[in-house]
Design a protein around this ligand. Sequence first.
Ligand SMILES: [Zn+2]
Length: 80
Amino acid sequence: MFISLCRACGTPAAAVMTFFYAGAEVYLDDIAAPLAGGVGMELCSRHADSRTAPNGWTMVDRRRASDRHLFIPLEPAGAA
Ligand SMILES: [Zn+2]
């Protein structure tokens, strides 16, 4: 069991955003495990959807397609 909260609003996180500096890419992934310190940024699905890549960077959404643009009910952390 683990609890990760959205860095922006404090609700349970559904995604993690990580920065691949060498390739100037930003990845969005389903959150699956606790993050090591400083590796990524936990976000709820709403904030993950609203993020955009910095200028010159590419946003790569690697989350499951079924999770996109759907209401994600709150569920116990660690259920996945
Ligand atoms: Zn949020």
